[in-house]
Ligand binder design. Structure first.
Ligand code: EPZ
Length: 415
């Protein structure tokens, strides 16, 4: 079994390039199901989750050609209406194929999704939305079957701005009859990027401050699109600089996508400098404690909560972090505690009393971002840290050990 071996205590310095956003690349690949024409996507990161989504759409009939970060997706065989459990169980984003298949074929069967173990991840908002569009839904033991001769535009009020439900419904309604208003949609940059791609494919979509309006068309066409840079990868490396008292430049980012993190980092005493497409973080001291609640965009992103907690475990004082998006996203804190962190959990809140030293330990990466948090803790800890279940980290971070080594970390992937 592969693991990461880290000898902590090195200050990270230097520059790194950020990959394309995983969470923009995944729905972009799914959106290609909406047309038989070729779609060319650029800046697609080489990640396990991307391979899984490409395998999912290939199994549904698409042909995929991949050269580096360029992926060309064309018509292969006749589109199939049934997605395979072996893909959808690996990753929740595969469930997004439901809406496009329904819109194209009038029916679809998709297994219930798997994914990170960060709390219950229901699909009720996806299904309620499709129902509003006229779909008949049959919830089976292990899958969902949907059908509709013709999806019809409707007003859908999302009780919560779910990223996945918004993406599902925007994709499905591009081919619905008439006009759809999705009220209270997710506003994450990755959702905006999907809308950008769909517009290039000929979809008629308008975004207002509180809603998304989609006017359905009979068909949409091929397009070429470059996905946005990964704000979560960039944020993780900025936090790696912060926890090691280093100075790191992340290149090829959209700084405004990272403002919620930068605001917290500044409050924690870090110096942050924004360029056009770069951010530099410099830190020489232990962080100041902060109070943060995660929230949908433009709030503090839940995906950066675990690496933020890792950094705050070395702060000078007591920080309070509330996790308001996913109920069980503190599953990595017992591992951080084994490394010497002082964290008390109550319901959705972690109270972190900063310590002056973390100690290396043997730990497992329970999910993508939790894995990243443990890597950061290992970089700052005294002694060796060994992180297993690397496949979780590989789902979301390309060559993490290579990038961190370039910044001066002592980190290796071992078998
Ligand atoms: C997306 O997941 C991301 N995944 C997640 O990133 C990210 O943490 C999350 O959005 C929040 O930003 C992808 O984009 C592939 P949600 P998603 O639907 O779409 C509840 C990572 O590490 N909810 O906005 O699943 C749900 O239980 C991953 O890269 C319902 O109640 O997130 C949760 O509490 C992890 N019913 C909240 O909404 C539903 O039908 C947010 O979920 C759907 C969601």
């Amino acid at each position: 079994m592969e693991h990461l071996s880290i000898k902590g205590g090195r200050r990270l310095t230097g520059s790194i390039n950020v990959e394309g956003a995983k969470n923009a690349a995944l729905p972009a690949c799914v959106a290609t199901l909406l047309t038989d024409e070729p779609v060319i996507l650029h800046r697609i990161p080489q990640l396990r989750d991307v391979s899984t989504i490409l395998a999912t759409i290939t199994s549904l009939g698409k042909r995929v050609t991949r050269e580096g970060d360029r992926v060309e997706i064309t018509h292969g065989e006749t589109l199939k209406a049934e997605a395979e459990a072996r893909y959808v169980k690996q990753m929740r984003a595969s469930f997004l194929v439901l809406g496009p298949l329904l819109a194209r074929l009038g029916h679809a069967v998709v297994p219930l999704p798997g994914g990170c173990t960060i709390g219950p991840r229901p699909i009720d908002l996806h299904l309620q939305g499709l129902k509003r569009l006229g779909a008949t839904i049959e919830e089976r033991v292990d899958s969902v079957a949907v059908s509709a001769e013709q999806l019809r535009g409707a007003r859908i009020d999302l009780p919560y701005p779910s990223v996945g439900a918004t993406e599902q419904l925007v994709m499905a309604t591009t081919l619905a009859k008439g006009e759809t208003w999705i009220e209270n949609p997710a506003k994450e940059p990755e959702v905006a990027d999907l809308i950008d791609l769909l517009r290039k494919m000929g979809a008629q979509i308008e975004v207002t401050p509180t809603a998304i309006r989609v006017v359905g068309t009979e068909s949409i066409h091929g397009a070429e699109h470059t996905v946005i840079p990964d704000r979560l990868e960039a944020g993780t490396y900025l936090l790696a600089a912060a926890i090691t008292g280093g100075e790191v430049e992340v290149k090829g980012v959209v700084p405004k996508h990272l403002r919620p993190l930068l605001a917290v980092l500044k409050e924690a005493g870090m110096m942050c400098f924004e360029g056009n497409d770069t951010i530099v973080l410099a830190n020489t001291e232990r962080p100041h404690p902060v109070q943060v609640s995660t929230a949908p965009h433009p709030g503090f992103p839940t995906d950066l909560q675990p690496p933020l907690v890792a950094m705050l475990s070395l702060a000078r004082g007591k920080s309070v972090i509330e996790e308001m998006v996913f109920e069980r996203r503190f599953g990595y804190t017992p591992s951080l505690k084994r490394m010497g962190a002082h964290i008390v959990l109550t319901d959705r809140t972690a109270t972190i009393t900063g310590v002056s030293t973390l100690w290396g330990a043997e730990v497992d990466a329970p999910d993508i971002r939790a894995g990243a948090a443990l890597v950061l803790a290992g970089l700052a800890a005294q002694g060796f840290t060994r992180i297993s279940q690397l496949e979780q980290i590989d789902r979301g971070y390309a060559k993490i050990e290579v990038k961190l080594s370039l910044l001066g970390a002592q980190i290796e992937r071992e078998r």
